[in-house]
Design a protein around this ligand. Structure first.
Ligand code: SAH
Length: 379
């Protein structure tokens, strides 16, 4: 007998993860499993509203059915490689997936909300020159299950099951961790549809912000299919400079990006597009650039997030001075745009923009970044 064709016992024992499968797919899966349609709905409730990790807990399902489910399926969470809590309450989880790849997820508590910053890819292909993630070699897309898994894991850790109706610690989600969400659009969209489902995790599209470096052809779909808030990593007001900071600009220059924003479905004064602008000393922080930024955004329901550059070892930039950031902000503000400067959060645990996973890749990194200011972009 040909040994190659023998089933691999490890694979034979592998159960299908039901976390990350959409509503319609779950219904189809249960139909194929021989269960009545309302069973899929009950399962959904247990998985995403109650946060069940074990079929045995699903007490309104017959015992035999629970046992059959458990034999074939699992309710999987990513493994936690490390969990850290900052003095300011920011939490960071380094999560490990089945293939050993790791990403980070960060929870930022505030008085009136709590924001979870999630990753969409392992590493990133964009190589923005100020971002540490761009220096990581390995890149792969996260599966929908791995994206939803970050939210489930945070709910577990925050003790928020069943999904609370009010007084939540996890109210908002930003896709501002590792990766470019619009280079993994299908999985991101599938995951967000699960996260937004009102009978499950129930995080409204109004509380979700997707941040992109500007994958122009997909931007309209984000508005039409998901309806979440949009954030654009702009960072420069001329193509010449943006080509250097965000090389994706060579493919989708500022003019096209701004036009896509103007056409973004659902943008209004009540739901503004966020423009992120990292403050780099002597590079993009002049008053003339602030004025040009205001000119570029004219007519777009916009707000501006000024992000103090968060340095990493060997980074070719420095953060702008407080005075330069304040002056820049003043010009944008005077033109009628809200222009908050991101407050540093989680600096003692390297939970900030562009730093995620740095410590696990470079053991010496922790000591070297202990002092500088850090910022996590929260809209
Ligand atoms: N790829 C997406 C989302 C991930 S980055 C995007 O580009 O928007 C999330 C935000 O953090 C982006 O605005 C990014 O430009 C910013 N960022 C990355 N590295 C940073 C750093 N070292 N300091 C400050 N902000 C940084």
């Amino acid at each position: 007998m040909n040994g190659m064709s023998r089933p691999d016992p490890a694979l034979a024992n592998r159960r299908t993860n039901l976390v990350g499968i959409g509503r319609a797919e779950l219904a189809a899966e249960m139909a194929a499993f021989g269960a009545e349609p309302f069973r899929a709905r009950q399962l959904w409730h247990w998985i995403y509203h109650r946060g069940a990790t074990d079929f045995a807990a699903m007490t309104n399902l017959a015992k035999g059915f629970r046992e059959r489910l458990a034999a074939q399926y699992e309710l999987h969470r990513p493994a936690v490689s490390r969990a850290q809590v900052s003095a300011d309450g920011t939490r960071k989880w380094l999560l490990r997936f089945a293939d050993g790849q790791e990403v980070e997820t960060v929870h930022i508590p505030e008085t009136d909300r709590g924001t979870l910053c999630i990753s969409s890819q392992v590493g990133c292909t964009l190589n923005c020159t100020f971002c540490h993630t761009g220096t990581q070699r390995l890149v792969r897309n996260l599966a929908a299950a791995e994206i939803v898994g970050q939210v489930m894991l945070a709910r577990d850790a925050l003790g928020e099951w069943p999904s609370p109706r009010e007084d939540r610690q996890l109210t908002n989600i930003v896709l501002m961790g590792m990766g470019e969400p619009l280079y993994n659009y299908d999985n991101v969209a599938a995951a967000l549809k699960i996260v937004m489902d009102p009978e499950g995790l129930a995080i409204s599209r109004r509380k979700i912000t997707l941040s992109t470096a500007g994958v122009v052809p997909i931007i309209a779909r984000v508005g039409a299919e998901l309806g979440v808030n949009l954030a654009i990593s702009l960072h420069a007001v001329t193509d010449e400079l943006r080509n250097r900071l965000v090389p994706l600009n060579k493919k989708y220059p500022i003019g096209e990006l701004v036009a896509a924003c103007r056409a973004y479905p659902g943008a209004s004064n009540a739901r503004r597009i966020t423009f992120e602008y990292v403050m780099l000393k002597g590079v993009n922080d002049s008053l003339a650039e602030a004025r040009e930024l205001v000119r570029l955004l004219r007519g777009i329901p916009a707000k501006v997030n000024l992000i103090p550059f968060n340095p990493w070892p060997g980074a070719p930039y420095e953060c702008s001075s407080d005075a330069a950031i304040a002056a820049f902000s003043e010009i944008v503000f005077a033109a009628g745009y809200s222009a908050p400067v991101r407050t540093p959060r989680g600096r003692d645990i390297a939970a900030a923009c562009g730093q995620l996973k740095s410590q696990s890749l470079h053991p010496r990194f922790a000591a070297r970044i202990a002092a500088p200011p850090a910022a996590v972009a929260v809209p």
